[in-house]
Every structure is written in C-alpha cells, then in structure tokens.
Write a protein that binds this ligand. Structure first.
Ligand code: GLY
Ligand code: MN
Ligand code: MN
Length: 262
C-alpha cells in the first residue's frame, strides 16, 4: 500500500538546490575546522560562522547552529555558550544553511587543538567506521529502519569488541536515530512508513541524513565527556548513495587541517 511519495522523491531542480545548500555548508564547515579556536568561546565560533555565511548565497541557516565543546559535545542540541575552548577538548559543530528554500544538515567533530587524544580517537574512529558502512549500504530497496538497525548494531559491536562497554544496548550511548528525511525542512515532513505500516523503501532521489553518534555523558570511564557525531546528507541513486556534503572526516585529514596555524 503506497503513501504520498511526492515529497519523498526529489525532482532534479530540488536536488540541485539541496546540493548547493550542502556545498555552501561544507565550505563553512571546512572554514570552521581551519580556525584557531583555543582561548575563543563557542559563541565566538558561531559569530564567525554567521559572518562567513553572510558572504554566501545562502538565505539563512536551516536550523540554529549547534556547537558543543568538551563535555557539552554530549548534549544533543547544544546552543553555543561563552565557554572557552581549551587544548584537548572536542568541538562538535552541527550546522547547515538554507539555499533557495532547501536545507543542509552536516555535523563534524574535531579537536580544539591540533590532535585528538587517544580516547577521543578510539571513539571517533568507531563512529566514522559505522557512518561509512551505513553510507555503503544505501541503495534502492533498503529502508531507513534497515540502516538504523545496522548502525546501532555496528556501533555496539565495535564498542563491545574493544571492551569499552559491556552493555548489550546501545541506546544509552546513541540517543537518536541514524537518519531523517531532508528537503525544504531540515527534518522533512515525509512519511517513514506506508499506510500499511511497512517501512518506506528507498528509491532514487530520496534524500536523508546519516548521522551516527556516541555520547559518553556520565560513563565513569576514561571516555566520559566525549561526544562524537558525524553527519552527512545522502541522495539515493540508481545503484547506491551519493554524499552531497563534502567535509573532511578522516582523522589524519582533520589533524592536518587543525595543524595549520592561521
Ligand atoms: N541538526 C539536527 C539534526 O541533526 O537532526
Ligand atoms: Mn540531522
Ligand atoms: Mn544535524
């Protein structure tokens, strides 16, 4: 039984706008990542991004920019504060613009200083492995529920095999879903199920996010205070998935950018 797919499957003109929104947002993320931020505050970084966004063709933000440093990286929708960024802290930036009515939604997490700590690196690599595996699994015929199931299992398997958690439930560490539709709204108002409650099956030109995360809020371990999310915008193609957002996400790429003194 079908449901209204008109908003789910984007037209070519809509995809071009989504692509441009992601291109502009990606450039802003790369700029953020290349800034010297030690001694500056989360709001200083947000102010810088507001100024840079005004130099683009974006009409505004798709949603209020999220910036969470250190333990605040574990807060799902951290509003930037006057908190000063220090060496050895993580900065989680979730930011996307609106371009001609279409949204982007990208998250990157990077060290305030030049390098990730040993513990930050371990968690980051787990999230990155899972995010890349999820993207590889995108193709017509699978559902967002399939991707979410895989994502949760893959995060948990990696955490357990490294002895980081003993729990058999990932929900405490991954507190949101893997994906949401994106379009004119950042969380596009499209159905996730058909009228008979079966999951919507991916078809070419559906667009959504893939955004695994791990958040160690009060873990009483050496990982406490680490929050990592990696989020990209994906378009379903005939054979797989195209990532519309392009921001460095490998550890060595990020550390190379962080090492540049501006
Ligand atoms: N920016 C909010 C979200 O990732 O869904
Ligand atoms: Mn999102
Ligand atoms: Mn986001």
């Amino acid at each position: 039984m079908k449901t209204n797919q008109s908003k789910l499957i984007k037209k070519r003109s809509e995809i071009e706008k989504l692509r441009k929104a992601s291109t502009i947002s990606s450039a802003l993320h790369s700029l953020a990542m290349s800034q010297t931020v030690i001694g500056k505050s989360e709001t200083d970084l947000a102010t810088y991004l507001n100024k840079q966004r005004e130099c683009t063709k974006a009409s505004g933000w798709a949603y209020p920019t999220i910036i969470g440093s250190a333990g605040r990286s574990t807060i799902l929708h951290a509003k930037p504060t006057k908190k000063i960024l220090n060496e050895n802290e993580l900065v989680l930036v979730d930011m996307g613009v609106k371009y001609e009515g279409y949204c982007s939604d990208i998250t990157r997490t990077w060290p305030a200083g030049k390098k990730f700590s040993k513990e930050q690196k371990v968690i980051y690599q787990i999230v990155l492995n899972t995010q890349k595996e999820c993207i590889k699994r995108v193709k017509p015929g699978v559902s967002l529920y399939d991707l979410d199931d895989f994502c949760r299992k893959d995060l948990l398997d990696q955490l357990r095999s490294k002895g980081i958690v003993k729990s058999k439930n990932i929900d405490r560490y991954f507190t949101h879903k893997t994906s949401h539709w994106i379009g004119q709204d950042v969380h596009d108002k499209c159905p996730y199920q058909y009228l008979d409650k079966s999951p919507v099956i991916l078809s070419p030109n559906m667009c959504f996010t893939i955004e695994p995360g791990l958040y160690f809020k009060e873990s009483k371990s050496k990982y406490e205070g680490i929050g990592i999310r990696i989020e990209d915008v994906i378009r379903v193609t005939e054979e797989g998935g195209e990532t519309l957002s392009q921001v460095p996400k490998e550890i060595d790429e990020i550390e190379a950018i962080r090492a540049i003194k501006i």
